[in-house]
Design a binder for this molecule. Sequence first.
Ligand code: ADP
Length: 896
Amino acid sequence: MKQNKSQPKLKKTSRQVIEDGKVFKGIKNEETVHVRDKILSSVIDSMSDGLAVHELLYDKYGKAVDYILTEVNISFEKITGLKRDEIIGKPASEVYSVKKAPYLDIYSQVESSGDPATFETFFPPMKKYFSVSVFSPGKGKFATVFQDITERRIMEETLRESEKKYRELILHAPSGIYEVDFRTRMFTTVNDSMCLLTGYPREELLSMTAFEILDEAGRMAFQVRINKWLSGEKPDENVEYNVRAKDGHIICALLNVKFKTDKEGIPIGALVVAHDITERKKTVLALRESEDRFRTIAETIPALVCITRLEDSTVMFTNEYNNKAFGLKGEDIIGTIGPDYYCDPEDRLKMINLFSEKGFVDNYQLKVKKSDGSPFWIITSVRPIIYNNQPAIIGASIDITEYKKIEEELKKSEQLYRAIGESIDYGVWVCEPGGRNIYASESYLKLVGLTQEQCSSFGWGDSLHPDDADRTIAAWKECARTGGKWDIEHRFKGVDGKWHPILARGIPIRDEEGNITAWAGINLDIANLKLAEDRLMQTQEKLSVILENSNIGTWDWDLKSGEITIHEGARQILGIEPDKSVKTQEEFESLLHEEDIYHVQKAFNRTIEQGSPLDTIFRLKSDNRFISFKASLIKSNNKTPLLISGICFDVSDIKKSSEETLVKLSEELLRSNKELENFAYVASHDLQEPLRMVSSFTQLLAHHYKDKLDDRAQEYIYFAVDGAKRMYDLLNGLLAYSRIHTKGKAFIQVDVNRVMTNVIKNLALNINERGAVIKMDEMPVISADETQMIQLFQNLIANSIKFSPGFPKIYISSKLEEDQYIFSVKDEGIGIESQYFDKIFQIFQRLLPKEQYEGTGIGLAMCKRIIERHGGRIWVESEPGVGSTFYFTIPKNNEV
Ligand code: ADP
């Protein structure tokens, strides 16, 4: 506001000031002035700025020295807190209690020059900032219009401070911070950390483009991001780049980018915070690697592995072994709490308690069940882990079902051995490696009247017989020291007051390293053994006396070592020279006549293989004397042949006399056989003629006197004819029987198939009548009398047909066994009771009345005789009502 120097003097009221001012230039009359005055006054009072009018005070030299406040508005009072009435007319130095009136120089300058001035100041008396405009309304006067700008100034100050701090912060922030101008791609600001991170000095960085610190891939990605921006898309604010440091090493950086745009929204640059995440990346990689490793281990380890979340027990991981063992599919249970696999809910509680007490569970054995309910045993350990960044529990288990079974078996076997121990009168015992007894059978303790405790504290030593005690205890100590076997006889006193002889036997039990872990043994009651031993001694003495006084020698053959021991008596019998060694089989066989070696070997083999007693006679090579060898086989508990123990004696004399007797007897037999045959022949042959006469004359009688004879006479004649016919048959049979030897033909090669053809032809009528079915195997060729073979088979088959009710079924077979053929004729007939198995082969022996089954009782006797002639045997096996099988043998090598 320009000062008008020609204006009248200001009056002392504000109204006057305004009235006198140039504000209302051109208003002329009093009334108008009064209205204006009112308006002005209210405008001034409604101003928010403070307004004060002052009058300068001068010294005698005309220098302004103070000023008096002449007028103020309402805002002045509000802003300064000064009351108008207290300050008007007072000099400023007094109002503000200062030596020199404030801003006097500025104000006097404005007054003198007439140029208004504006300034901002801190006004110490009020401790406030003001923005002040000064103008001079007239000579010696000035007015100030001012605002309280304290708040603004404080804000500005704070802003400045914070900006300073912010700058500092950026400069020294631990993360790299920089700004890039997209137009030039140059760094425009970089902080210390960025320099430190990249290894470039600030100046160098500021002379570079942002591209230069990126690797190839990074540059491309950067360009793509800018292009995205340009096309209006907003790229991610966070991005990872590989930054190349000055020395070439690569830093993995996570960049947080804030884009700066111009007014049109075009990106012109960015403020970037770069975090070095190389280490973190490495850790992540290492973590991933360790997780991979963990997975591989967990998948391949042959244990059941399962990880559950600690918080809610849901399954987070389960390996193949675990799935297989529980019969589950991994994908089905991941994320669920899985099936309840505890067989006993107690186990679950116990494990939870253990885990919460100790923070882990070690080697807990429990029974669990598969998804199909079948149980199995596991041993499990549980540990807390962090899995997928979450607190979890890992359980690793091993299936110990097999082990449990073994344990069970072991328990059973322990029970068993305890039971066995208890069942033995003198019991079993177990001692520690050092020799202290830890277990003795109840039976033993009862017998000696000791408790287990007493026995454990060496009480068993006190029960020993005084004569045995020292020896026994010394031997036991020696045993415990050397780890040898314990085998000692001693006596101990029972509660019955008697001395009990026992044989104590024990062995050390060793672990895999051979260390003794215990001793186990048995006390055998040898009272009876002792008795038997005494008796045996006596018997042995007697035996040796007998042997010495007889011509019997003894010998043994140890089958394990093959050593033969021929005792003295036997050596003499066998004529062995005193210094000759006969210990091996060859040495023994060298004593035998060559022709006898084979059958002696056979006899020995039979004894070893079949266990039958040995009984053989052989000739000595030296003097052809006959020696009899008799022996028994002795076997071990597991039935292995151990020893042949026997006697021998000279049987030359007996042999000679018995041979002579034999010759005599067989000569007699032959003679009697011959006589019998002759008699049979004569009887059957010569009796046939008179019998025929009886028969024919009786028939003539019947024919000629038919009308004269009454019924009874006719019946008598019938009986007589029938009797004669039967007699005739018998005689014929007998004749055939007697001729078997005398009229027998030489043996030739006979095809039994051909024999059978003939037999079937001969029996054709019979077979057809009865509707018999005959089956047979392929038959061999044997050396035999063919006619007799036909007789033999014909008799047997005819019997089978005869004694089979209904349609007979007959089966004929043969087999080669060793050196003979065994033939059989089997039927399904009435059978024979076993007590008649021998009787039926005797001549004229029949089991059933002739009215029921016709026959003479000669058939089987003839068969037997034929077979005997061929050097074979015949027998029957049968069951009444089921059928009979007749067997007979023919030697394979019958002399032709
Ligand atoms: P027979 O002339 O009576 O047949 P055998 O000597 O042939 O005389 O037989 C003697 C007896 O043996 C017969 O009477 C019969 O009781 C019995 N026997 C023989 N063969 C058989 C058979 N296959 N089944 C049942 N019994 C038989």
